[in-house]
Design a protein around this ligand. Structure first.
Ligand code: HEM
Length: 394
């Protein structure tokens, strides 16, 4: 291997100086297969159909595909844990945002690969699958510990899960270690919770400072007032009814963010996840994303949505494959209703960053966005940015 990591020594997970490798490792060097422990990986394909004396060719692909998924799940968890550790620091330095973006983007690219990988398994026909399906029962992807860990670490709440005929954790009942890691993942801060706290700290939300929320509410009030006056000015007609209805709808939408009791009711129903302050932060970052200090946070929000979208796309591709392989009436080997169960997991309750998707509902035209005060400009652009702007006559 050129630039072989074994002889160079690894950098540590947190980016600190590499830990020296023990002599036994560096002394004799290490060959590719040994370093990667390939003997374990490539000998881990046990074809049950072969053992039963009637080899089914496609079982090999079935096993390798699942194993490849699990390896990538492992990498996703590795990145996710490091991202959560970085976020878990109240004083998250802005220099670390770049590292966060890099790792989130890596997860996004892996997920893209995982979405596409479904196609390869779809080269197997349902008849081929039927030839060995009975051997693998009761094994099922439902028992994928790493998949559940990813869901939990991202922030899917147990209460939001589709009801299944067994509890999710009971699947791991005879594996205490797996069960413990699952329970731990439900109690540790999730990525969604950490992002929520980070958003609530967005500079510019302070009432005694820029007071973004107060300014935004004023703009919206004025816009709604204008819309109402226009609607009132119509003579009695269908057009008037339409305009008044439109106004009422728009007002209800904005009430959902400005009226705390409505916001809280939405949270209770699970239709909103972010705290009120986090919601304010996400809207502010969306409006001022062109400001240097908000550009990376905005990219970060985009990547979080990509993660949600791609997992939903994976769920969709998987459920289509399941329908193709076993139809919509057969139960899964894991004991669920199969296709029907999986289809139910495509809903919004499985989107961790649902609020980010819904932000577009609250957008206002660019020219109505409250202008930044000089103090806020300095905060978001730095003194040099403001000076350059003055020099350019902007
Ligand atoms: C022929 C191909 C496949 C079929 C027919 C199939 C079928 C199913 C069924 C019916 C379920 C529902 C649980 C149950 O009752 O068993 C399920 C769940 C699941 N499968 Fe697959 N699967 C296939 C391939 C894969 C692959 C390649 C992966 C990759 C890791 C995978 C991962 C999962 C996961 C993670 C779940 C749990 C989903 C959830 O609970 O939201 N499956 N599968």
């Amino acid at each position: 291997m050129s630039g072989c990591p074994v002889t160079n020594g690894f950098g540590n997970h947190d980016g600190s100086a590499p830990t020296p490798l023990s002599e036994s490792v560096t002394g004799g060097g290490m060959l590719y297969g040994k370093y990667l422990q390939l003997e374990k990986i490539v000998s881990a394909q046990r074809l049950l159909s072969d053992e039963a004396g009637r080899l089914v060719h496609d079982e090999h692909l079935f096993i390798v595909t699942h194993q490849a998924y699990e390896l990538w799940f492992k990498q996703i968890i590795f990145e996710l844990d490091s991202i959560r550790a970085l976020f878990n620091n109240e004083d998250l330095a802005e220099t670390q945002t770049l590292e966060l973006l890099k790792r989130l983007n890596r997860i996004v690219l892996i997920l893209k690969l995982l979405v596409d990988q479904v196609m390869i398994l779809e080269t197997m026909t349902p008849l081929d699958f039927m030839d060995f399906r009975s051997f693998l029962s009761p094994a099922s992807g439902f028992q994928s510990l790493q998949f559940r860990l990813i869901e939990n670490k991202l922030g899917i709440k147990p209460g939001n899960r589709v009801k299944y005929n067994k509890s999710y954790s009971s699947v791991f009942g005879d594996d205490p270690e797996a069960l413990a890691s699952l329970i731990r993942s439900e109690s540790e801060p999730t990525l969604a919770e950490l992002v929520e706290k980070w958003l609530a700290r967005t500079p510019g939300l302070e009432k005694e400072g820029f007071d973004f929320w107060g300014k935004f509410q004023q703009v919206v009030d004025d816009m709604l007032q204008e819309q109402k006056e226009k609607a009132d000015a119509y003579k009695e007609s269908t057009a008037k009814t339409f305009a008044l209805n439109n106004y009422a709808k728009r007002k209800a939408i904005y009430d959902s963010i400005f009226d705390l009791s409505v916001h809280d009711a939405l949270i209770k129903r699970g239709e909103r996840r972010f705290s009120h302050k986090a919601l304010q932060g996400s809207i502010m970052i969306t409006f001022y994303r062109d400001e240097p200090r908000f550009s990376q946070p905005h990219q970060l929000l985009m990547l979080l949505m990509d993660i949600d979208s791609l997992i939903t796309k994976w769920r969709y591709n998987h459920v289509m494959m399941v329908q193709r392989m076993i139809g919509s009436q057969n139960m899964g080997t894991g004991g669920s209703s199969g296709y029907q169960y999986l289809r139910a997991t495509l809903g919004d309750q499985y989107k961790v960053f649902l609020d980010l998707f819904n932000l577009s509902t609250f957008l206002i035209p660019r020219d109505k966005i409250p202008p930044l005060t000089p103090a806020m400009k300095t905060k978001l652009r730095g003194r040099r940015g403001v000076e350059e702007e003055t020099e350019n006559g902007n």
